[in-house]
Design a protein around this ligand. Sequence first.
Ligand SMILES: *[C@@H]1O[C@H](CO)[C@@H](O)[C@H](O)[C@H]1NC(C)=O
Ligand SMILES: *[C@@H]1O[C@H](CO)[C@@H](O)[C@H](O)[C@H]1NC(C)=O
Ligand SMILES: *[C@@H]1O[C@H](CO)[C@@H](O)[C@H](O)[C@H]1NC(C)=O
Ligand SMILES: *[C@@H]1O[C@H](CO)[C@@H](O)[C@H](O)[C@H]1NC(C)=O
Ligand SMILES: *[C@@H]1O[C@H](CO)[C@@H](O)[C@H](O)[C@H]1NC(C)=O
Ligand SMILES: *[C@@H]1O[C@H](CO)[C@@H](O)[C@H](O)[C@H]1NC(C)=O
Ligand SMILES: *[C@@H]1O[C@H](CO)[C@@H](O)[C@H](O)[C@H]1NC(C)=O
Length: 393
Amino acid sequence: MKAALEFCLLFLTLQAPGVLSLSTHVAVVYPQDPVLRMGSNLTASCWVHPDLGVHANSLFWTLNGHQLPSSLYKVLSPSNLSVTLVGLNASRQTSGDNLVCHNHKGHILAGSCLYVGMPPEKPVNLTCWSRNTKDLTCSWSPGGKGETNISTQYKLKYKLRWYGTEKECKDYSHTQPYSCSITQDLHLFTPYEIWVEASNQLGRATSDVIILDILDVVTTDPPSGVTVSRVGQLEDQLSVRWEAPPALKDFLFKAKYQIRYRLEESQDWKVMNDVGNQTSCRLAGLRAGTVYFVQVRCNPVGIYGSRKAGIWSEWSHPTAASTPHSERLMSCDSKSSGDSNSTLRRELKQFLGWVKKHAYGCSSMSMKLYDQWRVDMQKSPKTRNQVLQGDKS
Ligand SMILES: *[C@@H]1O[C@H](CO)[C@@H](O)[C@H](O)[C@H]1NC(C)=O
Ligand SMILES: *[C@@H]1O[C@H](CO)[C@@H](O)[C@H](O)[C@H]1NC(C)=O
Ligand SMILES: *[C@@H]1O[C@H](CO)[C@@H](O)[C@H](O)[C@H]1NC(C)=O
Ligand SMILES: *[C@@H]1O[C@H](CO)[C@@H](O)[C@H](O)[C@H]1NC(C)=O
Ligand SMILES: *[C@@H]1O[C@H](CO)[C@@H](O)[C@H](O)[C@H]1NC(C)=O
Ligand SMILES: *[C@@H]1O[C@H](CO)[C@@H](O)[C@H](O)[C@H]1NC(C)=O
Ligand SMILES: *[C@@H]1O[C@H](CO)[C@@H](O)[C@H](O)[C@H]1NC(C)=O
C-alpha cells in the first residue's frame, strides 16, 4: 500500500510541469487517500489558502486526467470547492486514482489518491503438495471474481493438528501468484491444518481449513534418464527406458509410471496408463519411418505406506526417436506390383488396428500375443488370408 501511494504522488509530480511551488498549507484536498468501496459516493473538497487570492469558483477538478463536469461541484465557501462522485468505479490500478484540484490555468493545486475496490472474498481451491517430501507448497485462488482492485494481502497459515501453534508461511512464490512454500521444520506422520487469510483495508476473509498429511500429497521429480530406442527393425515399435526419480528412488516400490507420446507434427498426446512400476516399456502400433516424442511421469503411490493416490510428477523433457522405415512398403514398385502394394497396405492397416485393440499398454501378456501374431502372419499365408478377408474396411 505504501509503494502504491508513492507511485500515485510521483505521478502527480511528473504530470505537472506547471505545478506551483506549494507549502503543504497553500491548498489541501480532503479526504487524503481514502479507501472506498466500489459503488459508494464520495464528496471531496479543495480548500485554497485565502492569501493565494484564488476564488473557489475558479477551480476545477480532474479524475485520472479527465476534467469532471462543474455540475458535480459545490462552492462551500470562497476558499472551499467540493466535488461529489456517485457510484465510484473500481480503481483501474492498485496505485489508485488521481483526484486533482486545479486553478483556472490548469495548474495543480493539490491532489488525493482514491483507492476504490472491494473487500476480499473467501479464498478457494486451496491445494498443497510436497515435492520429494522436502517441502509443502500450497496454492489457492482468490474468491469471487478474483479482483479487489485495491492492494490485498494473502497469508498462508498452518499448524500441526494435535499440539501445534499457528505459523505463517514465509516463502511466497515470486513467479506464481497465490502460492507459498513451507520448507523448514516439516513433520511427517502428523496432520497439518492449513488455511489462507485474505485482507485489505475494506475487510478480510478466511478460506476453509484443509487437513492433510505430507505423505499423502507427495509428488516427485520427473523420471530421469529417459531413452527411446528402436526394437531391432520392427518399424512399428519403440522401446522406452527410464530411471526412477533419484531423490526418492529407494522408496518407490509401488510407484506408477505413465508414458505419453505423439507424432512430431501433432499436438495430440497418446497416453499409456498401465505401465505399472516397471522402468521400461514398449510402444507398439506406431507409424513406420516417423519421429515420435516421448515423455514419462511418476506417481509415488503408497510411499511410506500412504493410502492416498499420489500426485503425478511433471512430465520428463520430451525425448525423440524415429521408427525404422518400412522396407516392404518402400520396395513396392507402383507400376509392376500395384496389387502387392495395396495388399501390404491393407495388411499393415490390419496390424495397426489389431494392435490398437489388443496390444495397447505394457502388459507383457498382450505384447507376447502381438509378437506371436506377427510371426504367424509372416509364416502362414492361410492366417494372413483369413485376416485379410476379415478386413472389410
Ligand atoms: C449515492 O448517492 C446516490 C444519489 O445521491 C444515492 O441514491 C445512493 O443511495 C448513494 N449511495 C450510497 C452507497 O450512499
Ligand atoms: C471544506 O469543506 C469541507 C466540507 O464541508 C470541510 O469538511 C472542510 O473542513 C473544509 N475545509 C476547510 C479548510 O475549511
Ligand atoms: C464509471 O465508469 C463509467 C463508464 O466508464 C462512467 O460513465 C462513470 O462516469 C464512472 N463513474 C465515476 C464515478 O467515475
Ligand atoms: C479491476 O482490476 C481488474 C484487474 O486488474 C481490471 O481488469 C478491471 O478493469 C478493474 N476494474 C476497473 C473498474 O477498472
Ligand atoms: C476452483 O476449482 C473448481 C474445480 O476444479 C473450478 O471449477 C473453479 O473454477 C475453481 N475456482 C477458481 C476461482 O479458480
Ligand atoms: C514393482 O512391484 C513389485 C511388486 O509390488 C516389486 O516386487 C518390484 O520390486 C517393483 N519393481 C520396482 C522397479 O520397484
Ligand atoms: C501404392 O501406395 C502408395 C502410397 O499410398 C500410393 O500412393 C500408390 O498409389 C499405390 N500404388 C498402387 C499401384 O496402388
